[in-house]
Design a protein around this ligand. Structure first.
Ligand SMILES: [Zn+2]
Length: 392
């Protein structure tokens, strides 16, 4: 590890405040961590100085929902995973490199079939590969022939669900993923329908908690959202309020209030590919209305893309954030919190990343311009530091 580095002449957004830091224009990095924030003159001593020409420094971005194993260029889910294990790991490593170069310094992988992402996770952490810090769920627990059953996590009943869970723990996963409803990706699966009853999800959360693991629940339909909420999962993925009559039509106020009251995070997977929905007036107003009501009910949102599904590329979280702001009615600073400090807290990494604060990892992005006024500045980072190491 190289010696101390002081970044000077920066506007600092710390991941939390509604404005840039007052009276600070420098950040000192030592051994991968942020050690001081303040005036350049006070932080220079014994350090290499890196002048930043008045640019803006913010915490590295976090994508709360990706699938490293999936190729976004393949439309049919059953066509995925034909690579050799070596080729799969090589392409996962490429995706990780592109992610961190785009400013994504942490990502949560919510499912695959082979646990190869755990190998990539460990190699990135060891400094052998460039990439974001990863937290990984391994095989999602799903019903027989249910959503993403081809990843190997099928369970007929509670007993089998717990067997799948234990298998993930034995492989060294960081959290558990459960498919509470059907999904779009899987032929024969219905997003509106719940895949498990409430007692089963409750027991999955209890067992995961006993292992010290969070639970992320994939939920499109409202019945599944209700089960996951009652069980007290950590994050609800998608939260699409799908009913038998369509997307977003089955919003339930009481459930939304429960999600807010229980402090469950919603990860709505609004990707750059959502630009295709712009101008679909009815869809837009339904979705925006649901988000407005969720936020009034106290629901907290985090940034995520579901990268890996068709046309959702792993490195495009920065391009997704302006669309996230639009569809969820968020201000730039609210979106940025959802992609940094709040996201870190939601995925259990709040003490390590997500803010520019002494003691935290030096996961940083340098952009040109005023990010608090214009999220488009995220599209082309000038430099990225992942755990103190410059990646561009
Ligand atoms: Zn997903």
């Amino acid at each position: 590890m190289s010696g101390p580095v002081t970044l000077t002449d920066v506007h600092i957004w710390n991941g939390v405040d509604a404005h840039y830091l007052d009276g600070a224009d420098a950040v000192r990095i030592e051994a991968g961590r942020i050690t001081a924030i303040g005036r350049a003159d006070a932080l220079r001593e014994g350090a290499i100085t890196h002048g930043c020409n008045g640019r803006t420094l913010l915490p590295g971005l976090i994508d709360a929902h990706v699938h490293l194993c999936l190729d976004p260029n393949i439309r049919a889910a059953l066509e995925q995973g034909r690579e050799t294990p070596e080729a799969l790991r090589a392409v996962m490593a490429e995706r990780c490199k592109a992610m961190v170069e785009a400013g994504i310094t942490t990502a949560r992988d919510l499912g695959g079939g082979t646990w190869d992402e755990l190998i990539i996770r460990d190699r990135i952490l060891a400094g052998e590969l460039p990439g974001p810090r990863l937290v990984c769920s391994g095989q999602p627990i799903t019903s027989v022939r249910g959503h993403c059953h081809f990843w190997g996590g099928e369970a007929n009943d509670l007993e089998e669900a717990l067997e799948v869970l234990e298998r993930q723990i034995a492989k060294g996963v960081d959290l558990i993923k459960v498919m509470a409803t059907g999904g779009n990706l899987t032929p024969g699966s219905t997003p509106a329908l719940a895949q498990f009853d409430e007692p089963t999800i409750i027991r999955i959360v209890e067992r995961s908690t006993a292992h010290g693991r969070h639970v992320a629940a994939h939920c499109h339909g409202t019945a599944g959202i209700r089960h996951a909420t009652a069980a007290g999962v950590t994050t609800i993925e998608h939260c699409s309020w799908v009913g038998t009559d369509g997307w977003g039509v089955d919003y339930d106020e009481e459930t939304a209030k429960q999600i807010g009251a229980r402090g469950i995070w919603v990860s709505p997977t609004i990707s750059a590919n959502w630009k295709r929905h712009l101008g679909r007036a009815e869809f837009e107003s339904r979705v925006r209305d649901n988000f407005r009501r969720m936020r009034e009910a106290g629901v907290k949102l985090i940034a995520s893309t579901d990268a890996g599904i068709p046309n959702v590329f792993h490195h495009q979280l920065p391009l997704a954030l302006p669309l996230f702001a639009h569809f969820a009615n968020l201000s730039p600073v609210e979106v940025l919190r959802a992609a940094t400090s709040d996201c870190a807290t939601a995925i259990g990494l709040g003490a390590r990343t997500g803010r520019i604060e002494p003691g935290l990892c030096a996961d940083l992005v340098l952009v040109e311009g005023d990010v608090l006024a214009d999220l488009d500045t995220l599209a082309k980072p000038v430099q990225v530091w992942a755990r103190g190491v410059p990646v561009l």
